[in-house]
Design a binder for this molecule. Sequence first.
Ligand SMILES: *Cc1c(COP(=O)(O)O)cnc(C)c1O
Length: 389
Amino acid sequence: MKISERLEKIPPYLFAEIDRKIAEAKAKGIDIISLGIGDPDTPTLAPVVAEMHKAIDNPKNHDYPPYNGTEKFRKAACDWMKKRFDVELNPDTEMLANIGSKEAIAHIFFAFVDKGDYTLVPDPGYPVYKNATIFAGGTPYSMPLLEENGYLPDFDKIPEDIAKKSKLMFLNYPNNPTGAVADLDFYKKAVDFCKKYDILLCSDMAYSEMTFDGYKAPSVLQVEGGKDVAIEFYSHSKSYNMTGWRVGFVCGNAGAVKALGTIKNNIDSGTFKAIQDAAAAAFTVDQSLIDSLNKMYQDRRDAAESGFRELGWDIKPSKATFYLWLPVPKGMTSEEFVTQMLEKAHVVVPPGNGYGSCGEGYFRVALTKDVDTIKECIRRMKDAGIRYN
Ligand SMILES: *Cc1c(COP(=O)(O)O)cnc(C)c1O
């Protein structure tokens, strides 16, 4: 049996060697701390769990859901978009439930990309953008996210012939892995660029609610005419600690929502209706619950940033996401640095090049451990003599 060419084209799994070393260390009984995984370590917000208890007992929730999501969920999502961003959306034509964003992000490429088409994807970036392009038969073009540009892509650097052949662009702010944020001026530039070249602008808002120090992330749909070219992907995973529940939504341009709906209608049958009821309840949880989650991450961020500063890193407070994106010490590769972290400090951090070649020279820290554990990691680095300079 031979696997498909499209599967063979997927780049090798960059964490394989590190996973092997972690398994080896664990087998030797070494106590490893992982700051690797972007998965919340605290429970789903209580009102959501409470709603699920009720929803699961309702027999009306036990059959196939409507292909585009329950009316209750779609309306609640539209109300949330109105309250959060003052963006008006039609729940029947501009809103679609998903089974977690990853699914919808992967499927949008099948709705817009044919053989020979290009997509514009951020580098470093969430690996799905690139790999789903390849699955759909297209060619990903990397838009470098550079520190000197605040990790925003420079649209002027995209060659005209590539722009003309591109069908779809992905943006992701607040950003994984860099923690960078974008403002409305940037989104306006993105909308103008995508209008000029007739490109679908896809904005991944997985971290829209995970922001600090009073900062609120804007939506590309707030830009005048944004809906003409853009759709957004929202997820309950990080906002309400619901990674295992598999639910979120896609909204914006009606043509793109319809196209994605047609792909999904032929592949999946939606999220369990009880989960959609619980997810609808998430939209109306008291803001104080989200604020206190963010306060928890902010305290961890402060502990991590001050620890790294003591070790010679020069960093400004990050505004969003539970990630820190830091340069490796001069003269080292990402791979060498994370190997040293694992072998000498027994701390796992992913190498930046795992998110694209522009991530080389960096590593990511996930703030998914409590303050004491983060401080322990810093102590271990100090004891092992690991410093930036
Ligand atoms: C976590 C994450 C997602 C989506 O996660 P789901 O659980 O599939 O909703 C999407 N994009 C980025 C950048 C993420 O980090």
